[in-house]
Design a protein around this ligand. Structure first.
Ligand SMILES: C[S@@+](CC[C@H](N)C(=O)[O-])C[C@H]1O[C@@H](n2cnc3c(N)ncnc32)[C@H](O)[C@@H]1O
Length: 222
């Protein structure tokens, strides 16, 4: 599939799949994605009143986990898909949701203790611009948690075969999910990604692999 990653294309893709996004995530990850997300968020030392930005928040999985771990955290959810945010807003109350592009953040410098981004960077046409913005809005000493697909190994290959099949069967249209596989194949592996983060000024703190390294979380410090 040759969907180009313009913001317009990506926004309309997520607007289109929003209604079935959570159902499909549970299906294609065999229910594993929630526990992986929770273990990743636990890499952060969230304190009461920590200011957190969940960038590319989608339907709000990461925010829900942050609030479960640290109910007093002050969380902002940001995404440019109105439909994904609509679902997040119905699921989680009392959160500041902002519809905006992560490559052009309307926050002052040094504003957040933590920025989280799960399965978002892969979809961004200019990831460097997004990373520079994340770096800018983090406080000195603040941490960036990034979670996405990891090593392109045997397990990851099985996922690539399984997903379009499941999508055709349960979603009725495999095209958005063929895009997912393509974006995953073109995405750097974790070690290369960490180098990219370092080029933007971040310092490596820790990383954790899941599902036989097919999924990986990295924590980077400003
Ligand atoms: C695969 S979903 C991940 C959602 C959520 N973080 C999760 O883990 O379930 C990717 C999300 O990134 C959002 N997104 C992609 N590019 C974006 C951008 N440039 N600015 C803001 N949101 C973006 C999409 O709208 C979509 O909701």
């Amino acid at each position: 599939m040759t969907l180009s990653k313009t913001p317009e294309n990506i926004r309309s893709l997520f607007n289109e799949i929003a209604g079935k996004y959570d159902f499909m995530n549970n299906l294609i990850s065999f229910g594993l994605h929630k526990s992986i997300k929770e273990k990743s968020v636990k890499l952060l030392d969230l304190k009461p009143h920590s200011k957190v930005l969940d960038a590319c928040c989608g339907t709000g999985d990461i925010i829900e986990i942050i609030k479960k771990i640290q109910p007093l955290a002050e969380v902002t959810g940001l995404d440019f898909s109105g439909k994904m945010l609509e679902i997040a807003g119905k699921r989680i109350e009392n959160i500041n949701f902002i519809q905006s592009d992560v490559t052009k953040l309307d926050f002052p410098d040094n504003n957040f203790d933590f920025v989280t981004m799960a399965f978002g960077l892969r979809n961004i046409q200019n990831p460097e611009k997004a990373l520079n913005e994340v770096y800018r809005v983090l406080k000195p000493g603040g941490e960036f948690l990034h979670l996405d697909f990891g090593k392109k190994n045997f397990l990851s290959g099985i996922f690539d075969l399984e997903v379009p099949f499941m999508a055709k069967l349960f979603y009725g249209n495999k095209i958005p999910y063929e895009y997912l596989i393509k974006s995953k194949k073109n995405f750097p592996e974790p070690d290369e990604l960490i180098e990219d983060f370092e080029k933007c000024g971040f310092k490596f703190k820790t990383k954790k692999d899941f599902a036989g390294s097919a999924i990986s979380a990295q924590v980077m410090k400003k």
